[in-house]
Design a protein around this ligand. Structure first.
Ligand SMILES: Cc1cc2nc3c(=O)[nH]c(=O)nc-3n(C[C@H](O)[C@H](O)[C@H](O)COP(=O)(O)OP(=O)(O)OC[C@H]3O[C@@H](n4cnc5c(N)ncnc54)[C@H](O)[C@@H]3O)c2cc1C
Length: 408
């Protein structure tokens, strides 16, 4: 395929090959899971046994030792060719486990105790630990979580509501951002809690237009008691800082790959179907209207692949550049800007490509039993992904380009 994203590292090749081996079974189960509106446990068993779910676990602990963001993106593109819901769901675990693997390596390099992290990474490898992550709440944005940890004599009491908690029905742990106020100020903090923590109440309310098998239910936090050590400060509540910008960009950039993978799959479906079709006596592929449509979809695919690949490589370069020197906040905004530009192009392009596939394939693709109908709905979820909805992205990109640095 022209401009197709390719593995950049040996660990990436192993991960992408493993993802590739799952495409057929993910695609086979996708229609049923979509109809049932249920996350598919067999897909997660396969993600665990193939090693994809634990790709970031260091090699010495039994994982693939994935490191490259570009390879992470390509993994998500590959999985989404089989099923978009599964691709976005495992992305959450990959994001959190990448952070844990880095923490393990940094702790080890300092000669400090790694037993706890090692244990968790091994649990990710065996599938005993499955992690979802949420930064989304109704009526606010990622920087201003309203779910609050309030200090008490046992630690903190957390109350609030998280929405769109993808993969949560199968997760054993939930990572999240919170607000916490103390004498030092108003803080953005994070925590990761076992799903069976008393007061953590999954709502079983996921019923959406698309991504129906992603298990993106809401989760209520109802007087959840945690210890003092369970909370980690990330910065000032409502304010961008370098680490928050980097982590938001990194965790969400690979998600864009899911929408490219869906578009690639839809385009392939259309090409396969029309290759043998006739209308009256003429082969459909000889009709100029069809050729133009297919040509436009190919151009869009090339655009989407090229910008996503460039964004992935730029992110890897950024991380390498700042491996030992902290990044200035302006550079982090530029990283976020590039991610937002890639997100804009790929999400719009992917929606257009799937729509063109439906035009080319014809009415059968509009029936609910056809995979294209699911892809048409699934691909529409892309632009909502945080941070920056389509109504916000251009303003943000423009501000950064003009050096009008956004603070919140
Ligand atoms: C399938 C799916 C899975 C998801 N999974 C996860 C997950 O696992 N974890 C997670 O944390 N999140 C997840 N999300 C949430 C996602 O990342 C967004 O945070 C969420 O969709 C935003 O909600 P909203 O569209 O209601 O936007 P809101 O941010 O509530 O905005 C509502 C409306 O106001 C507009 N708006 C808001 N702010 C501004 C502004 N400043 N300027 C202009 N217009 C504005 C928006 O464009 C929109 O039209 C998922 C979403 C989907 C669709």
């Amino acid at each position: 395929m022209s401009f197709q994203l390719k593995p950049q590292t040996e660990a990436g090749k192993r991960t992408i090959d493993a993802a590739q081996s799952l495409i057929a079974s993910l695609a086979e189960r996708a229609t049923q899971s979509d109809t049932d509106n249920q996350i598919c446990p067999e897909n997660y068993d396969d993600l665990i046994s193939s090693g994809v779910a634990s790709a970031f676990v260091p090699k010495e602990l039994g994982g693939f030792g994935l490191n490259s963001v570009q390879d992470w993106i390509t993994t998500i593109v590959t999985l989404a060719r089989g099923d978009g819901s599964t691709a976005i769901a495992i992305n959450m675990q990959l994001g959190v486990s990448r952070g844990m693997a880095l923490a393990y390596q940094a702790t080890k390099a300092q000669g400090k105790e790694t037993t706890g992290l090692e244990h968790q990474l091994k649990q990710i490898l065996s599938g005993e630990m499955r992690i979802c992550a949420t930064a989304t709440e109704p009526g606010t944005d990622n920087l201003h979580p309203l779910t609050e940890a309030v200090a008490n004599d046992k630690g903190y009491l957390i109350n609030g509501r998280k929405i769109f908690v993808t993969m949560s029905p199968l997760a054993t742990h939930m990572g999240m951002n919170l607000r916490m106020r103390d004498n030092d100020g108003d803080h953005l903090v994070s925590t990761m809690l076992p799903m069976n923590t008393p007061g953590l109440e999954p709502q079983d309310d996921w019923d959406a237009l698309g991504m129906r098998a992603s298990g993106s239910q809401s989760v209520l936090l109802n007087n959840v008691q945690v210890s003092r050590g369970a909370i980690r400060k990330l910065g000032t509540w409502g304010q961008w800082n370098s680490n928050v910008l980097i982590n938001r960009a990194l965790g969400n950039l690979p998600l864009v790959g899911a929408f490219l993978g869906i578009a690639e799959s839809a385009h392939d479906l259309a090409l396969t179907k029309i290759s043998s079709q006739k209308r009256v006596a003429t082969a459909v592929i000889n009709r100029s209207g069809v050729q133009h449509h297919v040509g436009e979809a190919e151009i869009l695919l090339a655009q989407c692949r090229a910008i996503l690949s460039a964004a992935g490589m730029a992110t890897d370069e950024f991380l390498q550049r700042h491996a030992s020197t902290p990044a200035a906040i302006e550079d982090c905004h530029r990283l976020m800007k590039d991610y937002q530009s890639a997100k804009w192009v790929v999400n719009r392009g992917a929606i257009d490509i799937v729509s063109k596939a439906m035009d080319v394939l014809g009415g059968s693709g509009y029936t609910n039993s056809h995979p294209l109908a699911r892809m048409y709905r699934d691909v529409r979820a892309g632009p909502f992904m945080q941070p920056f909805a389509p109504t916000e992205a251009r303003e943000y990109i423009g501000k950064v380009a003009l050096g009008v640095w956004p603070t919140e």
